[in-house]
Ligand binder design. Sequence first.
Ligand SMILES: [Fe+2]
Ligand SMILES: [Fe+2]
Length: 282
Amino acid sequence: MLRPTPLLVLRPLGARTLTLASHAYLPPGPKPGSFSGPAPTAGAGPNATAPPNAPAGIPHASVASSPQPSTPTSTSPPTSNAPETSGRDRATAESPDLSATERRLVEGIVRVDHAGELGANWIYRGQKWACQIRGDHGTAGQVEQMWDNERHHLNVLTRVADQHRVRPTALYPVWQGLAWGLGAAMALMGKEAAMACTEAVETVIGEHYDDQLRALRPLIAKPDAHPSLPLLAKVLEEFRDDELEHLDTAVEEGALKAPGHSLLSAVVAAACRVGITVAEKV
Ligand SMILES: [Fe+2]
Ligand SMILES: [Fe+2]
């Protein structure tokens, strides 16, 4: 059955506040903005060792494949003369003690989001390549803007995965190839098809982030919730809003005019849902 066209999310670009939750994970210095900020440095993850096939344009997705000890600074107990810094370190560097069920939930969320952001980076990479091949440099520029956001998302989720000691998806090369192929194939069909791809992907991802936020609520509601958990929720909220901005952009740029829009949209959305289900486990 074909999926109805999603409703637009009415939120103007640039309406974000300057202090974004995800910036807690970035080193001091200029912060990448929601849409117009400079691109974050590729491969800025905590255990940054780029795999041999990692391209220059995408932050590599390598996180610790086995539990990594936190730095001595980050595990130091709070001291009375630096409560704010210690609180931030706990939120961004400590891995909370969780029950087995809670642990499974957090692991699933972080792994699938990390894999999703990796896929998004490769979709936009494929789209940009195809737009350039078609000589459509205007669309390539718009794709690059959204890709900037995805680089930031992947950088931050790489750090979150490292903090929570979540191994990355074992399907890195699979996501890489499928996502690049999807982005490239759709963008070779034309600008509207490229935007229909973005619209479908971002719709599914936006909904998925919302589902995760609902699932996290009971953990965050606990009076003794570790500060990393509300921070994780804020990061997911921020990223969901970014994805919905991408969705708005895609619709504004003609996604609905793509030939066979309903069918394209349904196929891409179904592929994303399968990817999410697999990535939560593998
Ligand atoms: Fe993203
Ligand atoms: Fe996105």
